[in-house]
Design a protein around this ligand. Structure first.
Ligand SMILES: Cc1ncc(C[n+]2csc(CCOP(=O)(O)OP(=O)(O)O)c2C)c(N)n1
Ligand SMILES: [Mg+2]
Length: 625
């Protein structure tokens, strides 16, 4: 056997540079680069290996420096999401805090089912100098380290305590990353001494490897059963989720909807699979869903879920589908999702599954009355949306007016990114996406701090698109530092910073649940009440963004915002558009419920009142059995 002597880290770098993914005959690099922040643990191991690779050109694996380890995982998720999960990055972090900073990112990746390869550094395998700086000393066991916390949020975890363990572990990692069912965070913990240890590696370990990303075919009998259910349906509804986008099923989905007349509602991850103005598109569904989609969901007798995991926001906490006899057909590559709500499962790739259903239902369509009903609901929905865009609120604009203006000024291929706060809900109802990559809202983990870091990854994934990060002041304060990475990497991103001095989202939720917006404003502590409801704080987030290297534009009105956006689009550098909006809305009218429990017993009138409403709403909640 021909071998080559390398350190474990050098071997890993060489291995990663030779991995490819392939779907439908199209190959691309699976891991085209490595994000990192160095410290002890990786500076001399992976750090040396990456330097050597770039100096000697023995491996093509560029290195990108992030400012926060959580941020680099978010950037990686955004990149992989834009690339339909066919490419991702590796992320290397130093021992202890550097590594555990990645855990939130890992959880986000796994929740969203997006591949990321995490390489936290770990304690000495030899334990020669224990306890080393940043080492958790656990009296329960000598092999416990902080990296064990990754196990709960990783789809694959291994600790490489000897160099040769890397061979099976690296292969397993690639298997999981490229498996549409299994994918998520993959973590290989790398003890710092093992990273630097030399070993004679079989040369074949480094050969070019192509990981075929499959399209599992549906079982003919399952197609038959699913088609039978749909044929009998009088008021069917499609719920399009992220799986429809990741599998590239958009054109099939449009054609299927057109041919059958089944209306298509979308989740955050599925928005844009069918363009907003398509005759079958009825908009977002669920807790923050649109009027039309939720009305159709109430009446639906058969729901065809395509690539959806049915989160509580999608089902309005199990209330949106209200027909007592509603039945489900779930087309999903993951059996986990296919069987949800006692569905007739169609376990398959979304594109192939739709093709099969289209074939089986070629001579079938919904009634003309149902098509008319859909048209009528779409028209009413449009009126509601247009109303949100033109409320004429003052003196500060309403957020919905800003979103309306943004919708106007952006092109079909421009990407909007968002994750947490009041914007995801507003966007799910109001955003008019024509392209599935144009709507990039992370709403599985809804992680504050994703937005700006994700802007970095999305722009890297497709530099030909304008990337627009929508970020609230709360999320901005949580993680804005990757603006510096945009500047250093020369990535032009537009950041729309929506300043409302607190949490519009959780404030409104708190109010609705009887908690009186307690602790949801960024205010001075009030000497009289003792609460955080004093004067507005003298923070200047625009100055902060400017200090990080971005160009900054201010907008004080909707028209001013349009002008600023035109300038930002014309700019070559990362530009932050700072706009103040009213913390109190108005936001779009709610057409769905979200189950957030209210205290059953309370000394406060507001809570007692909210509990009565809660208990009444709860009556509509059901299992779909
Ligand atoms: C990391 C994280 N912490 C807490 C939350 C809970 N949370 C959801 S929205 C929100 C407030 C967001 O504030 P901001 O970004 O200003 O948006 P706004 O609600 O004002 O639109 C909070 C605290 C979260 N989603 N993520
Ligand atoms: Mg805010």
């Amino acid at each position: 056997m021909t071998t080559v002597r390398l350190t474990t880290a050098q071997a890993l770098v060489r291995f990663l540079a030779n991995q490819y993914s392939e779907r439908d005959g199209q190959e691309q690099r699976l891991i085209p680069g490595v994000w990192g922040i160095f410290g002890h643990g990786n500076v001399a191991g992976i750090g040396q290996a990456l330097l050597q690779a770039s100096v000697t050109q023995e491996a093509d694996l560029p290195y990108y420096l992030a400012r926060n380890e959580q941020g680099m995982v978010h950037a990686t998720v955004a990149y992989a999401k834009m690339r339909d999960r066919l490419a991702t990055f590796a992320c290397t972090a130093s021992t202890g805090p550097g590594s555990t900073n990645m855990i939130t990112g890992a959880a986000l990746a796994t929740t969203n089912r997006i591949p990321v390869l995490l390489l936290p550094s770990d304690m000495f395998a030899t334990r020669a100098a224990d306890p080393v700086l940043q080492q958790l000393e656990d009296t329960r066991g000598g092999d416990v380290t902080v990296n064990d916390a990754f196990r709960a949020v990783s789809k694959y975890f291994d600790r490489i305590s000897r160099p040769e363990q890397l061979i099976p572990a690296a292969l397993a990692a690639m298997r999981v990353l490229t498996d549409p069912v299994e994918t998520g965070a993959v973590t290989l913990a790398l003890p710092q001494d093992v990273q630097a240890e030399g070993y004679d590696w079989p040369v074949a370990f480094f050969r070019r490897r192509v990981w075929h990303v499959g399209r599992p075919v549906p079982e003919p009998a399952a197609v038959e059963r699913a088609a039978r259910l749909l044929r009998d349906a009088r008021r069917p509804l499609i719920v399009a989720g992220g799986g429809a986008v990741y599998s590239g099923a958009e054109s099939r989905l449009r054609a299927f909807a057109e041919a059958t007349g089944i209306p298509v509602a979308d989740t955050h991850a599925g928005k844009g699979a069918v363009p907003w103005d398509h005759p079958c598109a009825v908009g977002g569904i669920g807790s923050t869903g649109s009027y039309g989609a939720n009305e159709l969901a109430k009446e639906a007798d058969v729901v065809l879920g395509i690539g959806t995991r049915y989160s509580d926001f999608t089902t309005a906490s199990h209330t949106v589908f209200a027909d007592p006899d509603v039945a489900f057909v779930n087309l999903n590559v993951a059996r986990l999702d296919a069987v949800k709500h006692s569905a007739e499962p169609l376990v398959a790739d979304a594109r192939l599954g739709i093709e099969a259903l289209a074939g089986a239902l070629a001579d079938w369509e919904v009634s003309p009355e149902y098509r008319a009903r859909t048209r009528q609901l779409i028209a009413r929905t449009r009126e509601i949306e247009d109303g949100c865009f033109t409320v004429g609120h003052g003196p500060l604009p309403a957020q919905t007016e800003i979103l309306g203006a943004l919708n106007d000024v952006l092109g079909d291929r421009d990407v909007v990114i968002n994750a947490a706060g009041s914007m995801p809900g507003d966007l799910q109802q109001l955003w008019r996406a024509r392209d599935p990559k144009a709507y990039h809202v992370e709403y599985a983990y809804s992680c504050m701090g994703y937005e700006i870091a994700a802007g970095v990854g999305a722009k890297m994934a497709d530099p030909s698109r304008e990337v627009v990060v929508l970020v609230g002041d709360g999320s901005y304060l949580m993680m804005a530092q990757e603006i510096v990475t945009m500047i250093s990497e020369g990535l032009k991103v537009i950041v729309v910073l929506v300043q409302n001095h607190g949490f519009a989202s959780i404030g409104a939720l708190s109010q609705a649940l009887g908690s009186q917006r307690f602790g949801t404003k960024y205010r001075y502590r009030n000497g009289t009440s003792g609460q955080l409801d004093g004067e507005i704080l003298p923070v200047d987030l625009a100055a902060n963004a400017s200090s990080l290297g971005a160009d900054v534009l201010h907008a004080a009105s909707v028209d001013g915002f349009r002008t600023a956006m035109e300038k930002a689009k014309a700019a070559a550098r990362t530009t932050v558009v700072h706009v103040e909006t009213d913390l109190y809305g108005p936001n779009p009218p709610a057409h769905g419920w979200w189950d957030v429990p209210v205290s059953q017993t309370s000394a406060l009138d507001s809570t007692r009142g909210a509990y009565e409403t809660y208990a009444a709403n709860k009556l509509a909640q059901r299992h779909y059995l």
